[in-house]
Design a protein around this ligand. Structure first.
Ligand SMILES: [Zn+2]
Ligand SMILES: [Zn+2]
Ligand SMILES: [Zn+2]
Ligand SMILES: [Zn+2]
Ligand SMILES: [Zn+2]
Ligand SMILES: [Zn+2]
Ligand SMILES: [Zn+2]
Length: 1723
């Protein structure tokens, strides 16, 4: 390994040379020489390879140090002509800071653009500038930067208003800009110029250098060794995994190293993966190439000589250095700009800046970043050069004139698409994946074009016109290649074999959409340009058609006395294409002719005579017919590719330059044709001509066809054709087509969207076309058509249509899909019904056409149309065999309505002298001509009015007949006296209406009264129900549902008994004996809960929890050896048990679970589908509510009340207990191997156990076999989950875990009640009550399923923590014990001892004694931990609590005598008492919950509300004196020794002196972290977050833990760690450390909440941030400002606090199966 050796040698060899080097001397030598360039290059050639790239592992620190010393220092000396530390400081003094902010954005940093003032959407501000700008109050858009852009603050061209923020506002004093070079001496300028020129040239040379083994002239190293690097470059083809896999093979590295290589390659664009001699590197290269060349182009690898790599490294360093140096002075910056933009020897485009930009794509990413950064700190910070630079770099139209960029871009683009058919059209199906990839890169060229066109010119120069039109020419060349591309032919017989490629063409179309629109907008700003463009476009279209019409024979059509010549062409038989960009551009320009009135002002300049209307409409018509035929099911065999194309043709992203323009072209063509001719051609293209043309089409059509499919198809085609006619006549909202304002169109779109249903802002945005600035124009008009309704905790804000806008509703709105149409129809009819109006949905009033399109209205009254209308009506009169459809009739009625409205409008607007020639009423009153002599349209309608099968259309027919009557009156009146016309006719119409209305109103009123009566009855019933089930109603509906099948006995209702209720001790109230009967949700059988009957179980979910943790830093315990008997008061880990409350027989559940298991096994074998639950881990979904569960809790009967005879007092009981424990000690010892401590045993014998304690007696379990089995099941599950171990029902820790879970669950529920401000009792959902009862009862019974000695052993150790026991060696000190856990465990374990006692000692008495002692211990615990009093809180109480204060001082002083100076002196008892009272409350409440559920004692009504006096009631219920200190003082002599024992534990002193975790009471509930109000603050925070593992790199997916506030680098290889032998992402790893397996995160870049549970489960959840429209922005795509919604954040917090996150994930995964497949563990 030669490489390794040289690595060690080099530094020492260089040492002497370096020591002798002087930067000053070198610089002065340079000042003397004539050819500085050569001299510096020689210097670099000598030193660079000695500093950089000396071995496999680079050493950046020493490299940088040496480079500074040997390379940069002499340059700086030369530059300054003196010691650079003084020289640069001098320069800095004269520095004028730039008025441009120029802040360069980090990846993910927030950027702001003002939607009102930005010159274009690329103008952005950094957060700081934005906050200090006027735009903060404007409508702004927020985005996250992809990195590399810069802040435009200070650039007056970027902003229409407010270009400066407060910070960059120019001072008036220095407004007279002086030349920055004025401060420098000419010498200095010259030197500066020299250095910059050489260094920049050197850097450019090296970075653009592409030879692997040679260096540019002048840089050849004096001696070169055989040292090479194998350099791997990134590409966009290979995946991370492929690279990692290949590297492991090629260079023999570990997976970790390979990951690190791949990460660097991805970040920097290249990375050396091997160092050594040439052959060594070449070998690695060939392996990599071989391994990656199979499916695609191989990975790029180069074997480069180390000196080349060294110089490239230094070249980057040199650019950094330039950036650093110009930071000292604006003068230096100016010089560097000059150097960079100076034209090189090769003439145009040969400056150093040009060279870099031209080679941009060849450079690796790291190099690009460095030079971009230099550009931004130099060129873009100098106002003068920013403009100059813009010419080079692309800004605004200057480019078009001076660089002819448009032409260049399109030519390049067209050149790239090489595959063409015979007509020169693109053929995308011939492209391979590799080429398709290239195609994507080419598309970015289009992006550049968009950038060029984005700001429209206000003034045109002749040169600009010329260049623009030249660009348009090239553009038309491109369009010609697209016109008619991807043609389709209808497939008959069999289905197509392969779906043809269609996406490429549509991608191209979508990319071009905005460009095409923008070009039209450019044309709209100059008449001359428009006229020329129109001519060019027409020529292009004619050219396209010359190739088209070949072979199409001419035919003559005639109908209703008209005839027309056309060609024979059938869409269903010949080629048809959906791509017609030339026609569509012409359509767009044609509308502009009308809109700009060019058509009227300069008709002579337009080639109008050359237009052939039939030619114009031909292809758009074919395309529309294609859509209709696809609709009619005629193209089913052509597969999905066609369906997709039709979908996109109408889609909002494409329709503006596709469907809309085709319709306009039809309108343009039809307006220039005889309407009869137009309609006949339409009929012919729809292949319906034969149906309507026959002499008596009204009848014969029915009999001809018997093929049902064909009839069905024709029906649909007729419907579609009628719809098309409506659109041609009725779509007048495009400015230029109709006489409308710009905003009328958007208003109409919004109205029609809202006619479907109320919509959120984002839904509307999605339904409306966006322009290139992503603006829809909606904000300008929305308030005039809709009102906004704010969102609640869920859902989002909605816009609702203003009622007065509903009359503009058009059922046949051209942008409705069929689904939209029927939804809108339903909604509008419903609305009419509610308002008591008639159900007709007549067409709305329309604006008049522009003159150019005015003749279109004649379509309505032309003979061919009337013939068609008559035919359909006739079919409706005599329906037979389904050869007719109601939608057909509905459309005909609509068309008739349009005709009538048109006539009415024209009559109203006509002036006296002008006769209205549009006479629709006359035409429809006329009967058909001979020979058929058919009935008139009107007669047919009157006929239909009474047809029983047309009930639905009656209102519409009535509306039509009324209209006819009113128009006739109008005409008569006009004939007599014009002046009264309008009002008169109106009046009559209204009279008819009024009568009708009155009747309707009466009916509506009656209906309303009926409704109200029913509502009143219902609410009465509801009130009744609520009163009866008050508790139930405090739950959410969901909980209600969940609890539907729980136990029906209302055991929690307060009893009416007068005696105060007591839940513990000998005086405890006895619950009424009653049978508890429950129903199994699986078999529906009822079952009584009894110890000896079949087991009933509750579905339950056990999980580890850190929700209440006060110490997230406690290291996780070793599960195998951890002793969980005592819980530390920091509650760092706990086990929570929850339940949905659903009850089953244990055998029903077992059968269900086995079935689920079997099903899963089969499914996994077959499909490898995942489920939301892990059966292998015992998980299942509750069969009723699908709630995630992982075990079941058996239901047990409550404790029996014992007859309490005289019970021993504390002293006596302590004695008995001590004897019992001793007896147990000796009994247990006998069980162990003999001979350990024989001596002690004899001591033991001297104190025999009391007679009544039968230590050898083994009690019988009172439970049935199934209950016993379930006791084991739940115990084992809790043990397994709680400790994260394998199940082992024999483990002595099983009961401990169950008691712990009971205590922990009680504590967490107690906290929840406090947080939710709910009373202690009566407010819990039944499911939680049931869960707590069964947990407590289970806890007291679980010893029966375990070994009695081991449970007794636990009991002994628990008691020893309170009452010193010399035989128990290690007890924790009382500061390390959570008292509620201790209370629960000791009470629940006592059962195992009591079972052997026959003295009549009652369990109640023992519970109370333990409770009292532990309560005292807790008070002592608090006194020891209460902080020093706050002086300001000093307060004398009124005397009511005087006694308590004195007592507590006494107790405290006793403690001080034991502990001495460890406890501070306290003067006031008030403070102590206050601390203890508030601190102990959670414990007392927990104890009350515990004893209530354990003993089944009813709860006092006072605790069902949040009223004062709770303390006394609570103490009473717990059998405690309300002065808790009495517990101590009344038994002082007995408790004093215990107190002494607690205090003398070495742990107490140690902890108090800071040696342990000190928890103070009360423990506050944990909250999720505080979030900022403005979301951009979070984005900003995340953007400065760097990956903790890859040294200062930006993280791609910064993710915030909402529990502890840690920021993580998620979803990235760099931060994967190992967890239980598996690689997991940062979030999953953190989930285990911070949340014991449950995690709540905010993905900052996505604005999305992430829930994780374990390694395999997760879901996304709506973030608590909303925009002003009450919507979230998941994915941050819309960019509206986002603010924190506290209500929603509280909701997330509640899910967390109530341990429902995992359940939420389960529900989300059940609802959305794709969530199951996500690799959550890698997040
Ligand atoms: Zn800025
Ligand atoms: Zn600024
Ligand atoms: Zn603004
Ligand atoms: Zn059952
Ligand atoms: Zn359930
Ligand atoms: Zn955390
Ligand atoms: Zn990372």
């Amino acid at each position: 390994m030669a490489a390794a050796e040289s690595d060690r040698e080099v530094p020492s060899a260089l040492c002497t040379e370096f020591l002798n080097f002087s930067a000053k001397d070198t610089a002065s030598k340079w000042l003397q020489v004539t050819d500085l360039y050569k001299e510096v290059y020689q210097h670099l050639a000598r030193y660079v390879p000695k500093i950089y790239c000396l071995g496999p592992n680079l050493n950046p620190q020493s490299e940088d140090l040496l480079a500074q010393l040997l390379l940069q220092a002499p340059l700086e000396w030369y530059l300054c002509g003196e010691d650079p530390s003084t020289g640069l400081a001098k320069l800095e003094q004269n520095n004028q800071p730039s008025q441009l902010c120029g802040h360069v954005f980090r990846v993910g940093e927030p950027t702001y653009s003002c939607r009102e003032c930005a010159a274009d959407p690329t103008c952005v501000l950094c957060m700081q500038c934005f906050l200090g700008s006027v735009h903060k109050e404007h409508r702004y858009r927020m985005t996250t930067s992809g990195g590399g852009g810069f802040c435009d603050c200070g650039d007056t061209e970027a902003w229409k208003k407010g270009p400066y923020c407060q910070k960059h506002e120019p001072n008036i004093s220095d407004s007279c800009q002086e030349d920055p070079l004025a401060h420098l001496s000419t010498d200095m300028i010259a030197r500066c110029y020299n250095v910059f020129a050489i260094v920049l040239k050197y850097a450019v040379d090296m970075l653009t250098w592409d030879k692997e083994d040679e260096l540019p002239p002048g840089l050849e190293p004096p001696d070169r060794g055989d040292t090479y690097y194998c350099m791997l470059f990134n590409d966009e083809v290979h995946t991370y995994e492929q690279v990692i896999y290949t590297l492991q093979k090629a260079v023999n590295c570990t997976q970790k190293e390979a990951v690190s290589f791949a990460t660097t390659v991805d970040r920097d664009g290249r990375k050396s993966v091997r160092f050594g001699d040439f052959a060594f590197c070449e070998q690695a290269k060939s392996v990599i190439v071989r391994n990656t060349s199979r499916q695609s182009k191989p990975l790029r690898v180069q074997v480069m000589h180390s000196s080349v790599v060294a110089h490239q490294c230094f070249a980057l360093k040199a650019l950094h250095w330039l950036g650093h140096v110009i930071g000292y002075s604006d003068a230096l910056r100016r010089i560097l700009c000059q150097v960079g933009l100076e034209r090189g020897p090769e003439g145009e485009n040969s400056s150093l800046v040009d060279t870099l930009m031209l080679c941009d794509s060849k450079m690796w990413k790291g190099a690009r970043n460095v030079y971009h950064q230099l550009f931004m700190s130099s060129l873009l910070m100098d106002l003068k050069y920013k403009k100059l630079f813009a010419i080079q770099f692309a800004k605004a139209r200057m480019l078009i004139t001076e660089e002819n960029l448009m032409t260049t871009i399109i030519r390049t683009f067209v050149d790239h698409l090489r595959h063409r058919d015979l007509q020169g059209r693109f053929q995308f199906e011939r492209y391979t994946a590799q080429q398709a990839f290239k195609f994507r890169r080419v598309q970015s060229l289009i992006g550049d074009l968009k950038y060029v066109l984005i700001s429209r010119p206000t003034e045109w120069s002749d040169q600009l016109r010329e260049k623009f039109l030249e660009g348009l020419d090239t553009f038309l060349e491109l369009f010609k290649c697209m016109q008619g591309m991807d043609p389709v032919v209808r497939q008959v017989g069999q289905h197509i074999e392969m779906e043809p490629e269609w996406e490429a063409a549509f991608t191209l179309q979508m990319k071009l959409t905005h460009i095409i629109s923008m070009m039209q907008e450019w044309c709209a700003t100059d008449e001359r340009v428009l006229i020329e463009a129109y001519k060019k476009c027409l020529t292009a279209l004619t050219h396209c058609h010359s190739g088209f019409t070949d072979g199409e024979q001419p035919i003559t059509l005639s109908m209703c006395g008209h005839s027309v010549d056309t060609i024979r062409y059938c869409v269903s038989q010949e080629k048809v294409s959906i791509h017609l960009p030339v026609s569509r551009l012409l359509a767009g320009l044609h509308v502009l002719l009308s809109k700009m009135e060019v058509a009227y002002r300069f008709p002579e300049q337009l080639p109008l005579s050359e237009l052939s209307p039939p030619m114009l409409i031909e292809h758009p018509l074919r395309c529309l017919v294609l859509c209709a035929q696809v609709h009619a099911g005629m193209w089913r065999r052509n597969g999905f590719s066609l369906v997709n194309q039709i979908y996109y043709y109408h889609n909002v992203k494409c329709r503006v330059e596709m469907f809309d323009k085709d319709l306009i072209m039809l309108q343009a063509g039809a307006s220039m044709m005889d309407p009869n001719h137009f309609l006949m051609i339409v009929l012919s293209r729809f292949e319906l001509y034969h149906i309507f043309s026959s002499a008596d089409c009204r009848k014969s059509y029915n009999r001809e066809n018997t093929n049902k499919d064909v009839v069905q198809q024709n029906n649909t085609l007729i419907e579609e054709m009628l719809h098309l006619i409506m659109m041609v006549v009725g779509e007048r909202f495009e400015a230029g087509v109709g006489q409308v304002e710009g905003c009328d169109e958007i208003k109409r779109e919004i109205i029609h969207q809202l006619c479907i249903r109320p919509m959120a802002h984002s839904e509307l945005v999605k339904a409306l076309p966006e322009n290139e600035n992503k603006e829809t124009g909606m904000e300008r008009v929305i308030d005039s058509v809709a009102s906004f309704k704010k969102p609640g905790v869920t859902g989002r804000g909605l816009y609702e249509l203003r009622p007065e806008c509903a009359k503009q509703f058009n059922l046949y709105f051209h942008h409705y899909s069929r689904a939209d149409q029927s939804k809108a129809e339903e909604a509008q009819r419903k609305l009419k019904r509610q308002n008591g109006e008639d159900m007709a949905l007549p067409p709305p009033m329309l604006p008049p056409f522009s003159p150019l399109f005015a003749s279109l209205v004649n379509i309505l009254q032309c003979d061919v149309l009337l013939g068609m209308l008559g035919a359909v009506l006739q079919w409706a009169v005599e329906p037979s065999g389904g050869h007719w459809s109601e939608s057909m009739l509905q459309r005909v009625l609509h068309l008739i309505g349009m005709g009538l409205l048109e006539e009415q409008q024209q009559l109203k607007n006509s002036s006296e002298d002008h006769d209205v020639s549009f006479n629709f009423t006359l035409k429809i009153s006329r009967p058909g001509e001979a020979p058929s002599n058919t009935a008139s349209v009107l007669a047919l309608l009157e006929n239909l009015q009474n047809a029983p099968h047309l009930e639905v259309h009656k209102d519409m027919i009535r509306w039509i007949l009324k209209m006819v009557a009113s128009i006739k009156t109008m005409r008569e009146l006009t004939a007599s006296t014009y002046t009264v016309t309008a009002s008169g006719s109106h009046g009559q119409e209204e009279m008819v209406c009024d009568k009708d209305k009155a009747e309707r109103k009466r009916k509506a009123e009656m209906a309303r009264l009926r409704r109200e009566k029913i509502m009143a009855q219902m609410s009465e019933m509801q009130r009744h129900f609520i009163n009866e089930n008050k508790e139930l109603f405090q739950q959410s509906l969901e909980e209600l549902y969940a609890s539907a099948s729980t136990s029906t006995s209302l055991e929690h209702s307060p009893t009416s008994s007068d005696a105060a209720l007591v839940c513990v001790g000998p005086r405890r109230s006895r619950p009424r004996e009653k049978r508890q009967v429950v129903t199994c949700i699986l078999c529906q059988e009822e079952q009584e809960i009894r110890a000896d009957s079949k087991a009933m179980v509750l579905a339950a979910f056990v999980q580890r929890s850190t929700v209440m943790s006060k110490n997230r830093k406690r290291p996780p315990h070793d599960p195998e050896h951890y002793d969980p008997l005592f819980m530390h008061p920091d509650l760092s880990f706990g086990t929570h048990t929850g339940s949905c409350g659903h009850i089953m027989h244990s055998h029903c559940w077992q059968r269900y679970f086995e079935a689920v298991q079997a099903k899963e096994q089969r499914r996994q074998q077959r499909l490898r589908v995942h489920t939301s639950y892990d059966v292998g881990n015992g998980e299942f979904l509750c069969p009723l509510c699908e709630c995630l569960s992982n075990t079941v809790i058996p239901l047990l009967p409550g404790a029996k009340g014992s007859n309490s005879c005289e019970q021993p007092g504390l002293g006596q009981w302590l004695k008995i207990s001590g004897q019992q424990i001793k007896a147990m000690h000796s009994a247990h010892r006998k069980l162990q191997p003999v001979g350990v401590d024989a001596v002690e045993e004899t001591v033991e014998e001297q104190c025999p156990a009391p007679e009544s304690f039968r230590i050898d007696y083994t009690p019988m379990s009172p439970y049935s076999s199934t209950i016993k089995e379930m006791l084991t099941t739940f115990g084992t599950a809790t043990y397994k989950v709680g400790l994260k171990v394998h199940p082992n029902e024999q483990d002595p820790r099983v009961p401990i875990m169950c008691w712990g879970s009971c205590a922990y669950t009680i504590q967490s529920i107690e906290r929840l009640l406090v947080d939710e401000e709910k009373p202690l009792f009566g407010s819990l959902p039944c499911r939680q009550d049931d869960c707590l009862s069964s947990l407590a009862r289970f806890g007291s019974a679980c010893w029966t399923a375990a070994s009695q000695p081991s449970v007794q052993g636990h009991y002994i150790r628990l008691v020893a923590a309170l009452i010193p026991d010399p035989q128990v060696e290690t007890s924790p000190c009382i500061l390390d014990i959570d008292m509620l856990h201790l209370l629960v465990s000791v009470v629940l374990s006592y059962g195992s001892v009591h079972s052997q006692d026959s003295s009549g000692l009652s369990v109640d008495a023992v519970q109370l004694h333990f409770f009292h002692i532990i309560t005292v211990a807790h008070m002592v615990q608090m006194l020891l931990t209460s902080g020093p009093e706050e002086v300001t809180m000093e307060q004398e109480s009124g005397g009511a609590e005087r006694e308590e204060e004195e007592d507590i001082c006494a107790l405290y002083n006793t403690l001080r005598t034991h502990l001495g100076s460890s406890l501070p002196e306290v003067a006031s008892g008030w403070h102590l008492w206050r601390c203890v009272k508030t601190g102990i409350l959670p414990y007392l409440r927990g104890a009350a919950l515990f004893f209530h559920h354990l003993n089944g004692v009813p709860t006092p009504p006072e605790l069902h509300a949040l009223c004062p006096g709770q303390w006394e009631v609570l103490c009473g219920y717990l059998s405690l004196p309300s002065n808790l200190l009495q517990l101590y003082h009344s038994q002082k002599e007995l408790l004093e020794p215990l107190l002494y024992g607690w205090c003398s534990h070495p742990g107490v002193r140690q902890t108090l002196q800071g040696g342990g975790v000190l928890v103070s009471f009360p423990r506050e509930s944990n909250s999720l972290i505080d979030l900022p109000d403005d979301y951009s603050a979070l984005i900003n925070q995340a953007s400065s977050f760097t990956c903790p593992k890859s040294g200062g790199d930006k993280s791609r997916a910064p993710t915030l833990c909402l529990v502890c506030g840690s920021m993580l680098c998620s979803q990235s290889y760099c931060c994967q760690t190992e967890l239980d032998g598996e690689d997991v992402g940062a979030c999953t790893a953190h989930t285990f450390a911070c949340g014991a397996g449950v995690g709540i995160f905010l993905r900052v870049r996505e604005s999305q909440v992430l829930f994780l549970s374990g390694k395999t489960k997760g879901c996304f959840y709506a973030p608590p941030y909303l925009d002003d429209y009450g919507e979230t922005d998941q994915g941050l795509r819309r960019g509206n400002p986002l603010h924190l919604c506290r209500q929603r954040y509280r909701k997330i917090q509640k899910l967390w606090r109530q341990h429902s996150v995992t359940e939420e994930i389960g529900h989300a995964q059940e609802a959305n199966q794709t969530l199951v497949g996500i690799d959550w563990q890698h997040l």
